[in-house]
Design a binder for this molecule. Structure first.
Ligand SMILES: Nc1ncnc2c1ncn2[C@@H]1O[C@H](COP(=O)(O)OP(=O)(O)OP(=O)(O)O)[C@@H](O)[C@H]1O
Ligand SMILES: [Mg+2]
Length: 366
């Protein structure tokens, strides 16, 4: 029975219209700022972003909240990741920064390894992983960076870049040798930093600062897979080495870029621990949900569904996530011949301490 103490809950019939600012045009759409009413949260806008896209007849609406009480709606008129549009102008080159492609708001997709030191790249076969690695190598190849390759596909992919690599391992035994060498370099750098009383190589004077090292692994799952008893020992050793390098390397200018078709917890406890060290993620088209969840789920859960919508025709398209922020991107397609030409041009000096080229199991660098 209704009386004075009865409380009625429900949704108000007359909604408060959002306080929308003046729309501002962008290269491929517009953006608008919305001031939130008390009780409103960005999540409510995120939930209806798709409805906005349909109402405004645009490709996509992205919702961000640059500060408390404010939401920005960015309407993207067309998908800049499709077709053969001209590439946006890349920013001025900086050490360890690579322009890898374009983002879905038609800006350059730039990755700075000094900001995010380690990356995990996943994707089904033919989704564009090696192409992305090639474009990363091309960018880093023109910088004073020591590049180390581990290509468990018999060197087919990274072999193209062999002349620019300081070491290339093509099997697990070779990979262990290379990673052990890198780890001893990490230890040496750590001792140098301790002697100099600094916390990272970037605090060392420029004259004595060692060149950064970037280890690129194509098909990291092959390193961690256990196929036999002997394989178990090698896999554990690889996982331990990668983990140690990832944990210690960031401050010492040693970086990891790991690519895998599939990256799941079935690769052993090492895989999850390694993933936790990979601050940057790139997820191409995947065949299984687990790989998408493994790649993006812990950093940007709402990006998992977006990664799963990438189709077979969208080669090179991926979702990248860093600290809860995600975006759709597409890598720049690099031809093998461009790589070879580039490799001829950029046989840059390496630090003296580094690197004895790998012995058996690895391919020697001339
Ligand atoms: N950004 C891109 N733009 C256009 N085409 C691309 C792009 N990335 C990849 N492709 C095309 O997709 C094909 C497969 O790419 P890639 O070899 O990089 O895939 P992958 O993920 O490494 O496959 P696998 O796991 O079998 O090694 C390439 O031959 C290339 O033609
Ligand atoms: Mg590949």
């Amino acid at each position: 029975m209704l009386n004075r103490d009865t409380m009625v809950t429900g949704t108000i019939l007359k909604g408060l219209p959002p306080r929308i600012g003046i729309p501002r045009m962008t290269r491929n759409g517009f953006w608008v700022r919305v001031r939130l009413h008390p009780g409103q949260t960005p999540a409510q806008f995120i939930a209806v972003a798709d409805a906005f896209a349909h109402a405004w007849r645009v490709h996509q609406v992205r919702v961000t909240s640059p500060r408390r009480g404010v939401v920005e709606l960015k309407a993207i008129g067309y998908d800049p990741l499709t077709g053969d549009r001209a590439w946006p102008t890349p920013p001025a080159p900086r050490l360890l920064t690579a322009t890898l492609g374009r983002t879905d708001d038609d800006a350059t997709w730039t990755v700075d390894l000094r900001k995010v030191p380690h990356w995990l790249v996943t994707g089904a076969t033919q989704s564009g992983k090696s192409t992305l690695l090639a474009s990363w190598l091309t960018e880093l190849g023109s910088q004073p960076v020591i590049l180390v390759g581990i290509d468990l596909k018999g060197g087919m992919e990274l072999g193209l870049y062999e002349r620019r690599l300081s070491a290339l391992a093509v099997d697990r035994a070779g990979a262990i040798k290379v990673l052990t060498t890198v780890l001893s370099e990490v230890m040496e750098r750590m001792a140098d930093c301790r002697t100099a009383g600094v916390r990272s190589v970037w605090d060392l004077p420029e004259m004595t600062r060692p060149d950064p090292v970037v280890i690129i692994v194509d098909e990291v799952a092959e390193l961690l897979l256990v196929a036999s008893l002997n394989g178990r020992k090698e896999a554990t050793e690889c996982a331990t080495l990668l983990l140690r390098i990832a944990q210690l390397g960031a401050a010492l200018g040693v970086h990891l870029i790991l690519a895998a078709q599939r990256f799941g917890s079935d690769l052993g406890p090492g895989a999850t621990a390694i993933r936790a060290q990979m601050g940057g993620r790139v997820c191409h088209r995947v065949n299984d949900e687990q790989t998408a969840v493994m790649t993006l789920g812990d950093l940007a859960p709402d990006a998992v569904a977006v990664a799963q919508t990438i189709t077979e025709d969208e080669k090179g398209v991926a979702v990248t996530a860093v600290e809860g922020q995600w975006r759709r991107v597409r890598s720049r397609w690099t031809t093998p011949s461009a790589l070879r030409n580039h490799a001829d041009l950029t046989n840059l000096p390496l630090t003296d301490a580094f690197l004895t080229p790998p012995q058996e199991g690895g391919v020697e660098h001339d």
